[in-house]
Design a binder for this molecule. Structure first.
Ligand code: 8ID
Ligand code: ZN
Length: 337
């Protein structure tokens, strides 16, 4: 089968023929139709993070396709079902986190397109218990970004503990952020969107942001405090430290910063302000299988709709270049034809 493979960090991916995955007990084989390109895949290809991915690696954790084969032991999924293969590729099912519905914290988890091969390929296999069922009315290309960008930002908004009517700021209107702001609106929040170009600010306004700020032209912290008195929650899905610092400073007393973006950096938190203002700082990693169902339901009901550009697998290196330069509006989704 054809796949895009990382052989060495910071080198171009190779488009090559590799062996089709062989199923083990409990697994399904998926013929991939579409796979979204997450900035995490770029971090993986660059070896950016303290925990490195396997090499060689087939990236991709927003793969959507149709099941073409099921191994013994698979009960819930059948050939012909459309499923998605997410970042949470599998978990142990037995640790304190799995037992308490927090399987995204399982220390024994495997991650699609990172510790195991993912969806930048014609076929990908996965344990049936961890694939996401795709609602019938959704197009594979349009739904792919929900598998990571969608569930991750939906979960981040949930754990922020903001309530309908509260102001929420989204820092970074990229693949994750442009979907975050749609969930935020659908969940009843008022939304300030911040990015660093006019294009992204325009996109945010088009998608329903109440206030959109180009942080290069206007100080977002000052604007947020002047216009809305600070936000109850700020979600940072940008890839620069500055955005996290500004997100923290945008929060009002009693509010919450949810840390989602993953630049390899430190976030210095001022102790005095955090204590006296009763600020919460939370990390949030993708979402559980239940969060995934909920996130997909929003999409199935038309409340959230990723902006996608379909590009064939062969063009992955150009896609990564555009991502590095911040030149993508919405999400690019690879197609396998
Ligand atoms: O579960 C998780 N925590 C999770 C899941 C998925 C992705 C975390 N991530 C991480 C990725 O690894 C990556 O570090 O979230 C980050 C964002 O992923 P993405 O949305 O896929 O990246 P993107 O499409 O490149 O969007 C990034 C946006 O940030 C903006 C850029 O202009 C772009 O639109 N941005 C930057 I870079 N600096 C900014 C700043 N100072 C900024 N926006 C506002 N202020
Ligand atoms: Zn992702």
């Amino acid at each position: 089968m054809k796949a895009a493979v990382v052989h060495q960090f910071k080198q171009k991916l190779q488009i090559e023929e590799v062996e089709k995955p062989k199923l083990e007990y409990g697994e399904v084989l998926v013929k991939i139709e579409a796979c979204g390109v997450c900035h995490t895949d770029l971090h993986a290809a660059h070896g950016d993070w303290p925990v490195k991915p396997k090499l060689p690696l087939i990236p991709g954790h927003e793969g959507v396709g149709v099941v073409v084969e099921v191994a013994p032991g698979v009960k819930s999924i059948k050939v012909g079902d459309r499923v998605g293969i997410p970042w949470l590729y599998s978990a142990c099912g037995e640790c304190e986190y799995c037992l308490s519905g927090q399987e995204t914290l399982c220390p024994h988890q495997l991650n699609g397109g990172y510790s195991v091969d993912g969806g930048y390929a014609e076929y990908c296999k996965a344990p049936a218990d961890y694939v996401a069922r795709i609602p019938d009315n959704l197009d594979p290309v349009e739904v792919a970004p929900i598998l990571c960008a969608g569930v991750t930002t939906y979960k981040a908004l949930k754990v922020s503990n903001a309530k309908p009517g509260d102001w929420v700021a989204i820092y970074g209107i990229g693949g994750l952020g442009h979907i975050a702001l749609q969930y935020a609106k659908a969940m009843g929040f008022n939304v300030v969107a911040v990015d660093i170009s006019d294009n992204k600010a325009e996109l945010a306004t088009k998608l329903g942001a109440d206030i959109a700020i180009n942080g290069l032209k206007e100080d977002p912290v000052q604007a947020i405090h002047e216009k809305v008195g600070g936000v109850q929650a700020a979600i940072s899905v940008a890839v620069t430290k500055k955005a996290f610092e500004q997100a923290y400073q945008s929060i009002k007393r009693g509010g919450c910063l949810v840390v989602v973006g993953l630049p390899h950096d430190e976030l210095p938190i001022p102790i005095f302000d955090t204590v006296l203002n009763g600020i919460t700082v939370k990390g949030s990693i993708v979402g559980t299988r239940k969060d995934m169902q909920e996130a997909l339901n929003f999409a199935a009901q038309g409340k959230v709709r990723p902006i996608v550009e379909a590009v064939s697998l062969e063009h992955i290196n150009e896609v990564f270049e555009r991502m590095e330069k911040g030149q993508i509006n919405g999400r690019i989704v690879l197609t396998m034809q």
